[in-house]
Design a protein around this ligand. Structure first.
Ligand SMILES: [Zn+2]
Length: 238
């Protein structure tokens, strides 16, 4: 697979995008929350048809970028000190760092996330402790949520996917044909309804792999309010 940068003019806007050619049959366009655009095209496609495909979707691309733009700039970097706010299932908690214990631990209590760590634990070490606590929480919750989602009559025939937790750069989750669902641990910071949306979205891919009209038709039948859940997810985790 190779990647090249291109651009297309549309009215007074310029749409820059990265073109990735690979062994695929159709052109697909994706806009990420950081406003970047990736166009995937068949290896043999000429540049003319690719540019035409981008022009045809220009209005949609600009609308997607405008949608994501409202969530920029992103949240500043965390330093993992007492008093800092951290999210868990859509609620804000104050971090309280206890630097005394030999062992590390995290506990939610009374509006606080208590983090116990050694006196010499630096920012990176504290982040690691909290990240692994988040990862354990999301595995537990996503497994329970997944069984709830699979109860829907349209999804009942899908075999239970295996869940992997991995920091994905630009996506909330991904799903392979082999039934492996990779989840971005950040989703645990949003309300549970957002986790339900992410899992339902990926489960629908077990039936319709692409983001075709059939896919969104299915998703809407399974979860009629998916748009507002997606909106909450983007807003909260911005
Ligand atoms: Zn998808």
């Amino acid at each position: 697979m190779n990647a090249q940068s291109h651009s297309v003019s549309w009215g007074s806007s310029v749409i820059g995008f990265v073109l990735q050619r690979s062994d695929r049959r159709r052109v697909a366009i994706e806009v990420s929350p950081d406003l970047s655009v990736v166009v995937r095209a068949p290896a043999a496609a000429g540049i003319g048809p690719v540019l035409a495909a981008v022009r045809k979707k220009a209005r949609w691309i600009l609308r997607q970028q405008k949608y994501f733009e409202q969530f920029l700039p992103r949240t500043p970097e965390r330093v993992f000190r007492s008093g800092e706010t951290h999210l868990y299932l859509g609620r804000r908690y104050r971090l309280k760092v206890h630097q005394m214990a030999d062992t590390s631990a995290v506990k939610l209590s009374g509006g606080y996330i208590h983090l116990w760590c050694r006196r010499d634990a630096n920012q990176k070490a504290r982040k690691l402790i909290l990240d692994s606590w988040y990862a354990v929480a999301i595995v537990r919750l996503s497994q329970a949520t997944l069984s709830d989602c699979l109860r829907h009559k349209l999804l009942r025939k899908i075999s239970v996917p295996t869940i992997a937790i991995r920091k994905l750069k630009k996506r909330w989750a991904s799903f392979t044909k082999q039934g492996r669902l990779t989840l971005n641990p950040d989703v645990i910071r949003a309300p549970r309804r957002c986790l339900e949306y992410v899992l339902t979205h990926e489960l629908c891919h077990a039936i319709v792999p692409s983001h075709s009209p059939q896919f969104f038709k299915l998703l809407t039948r399974v979860m009629p309010d998916w748009r507002s859940r997606k909106h909450d997810l983007e807003r909260i985790l911005a």
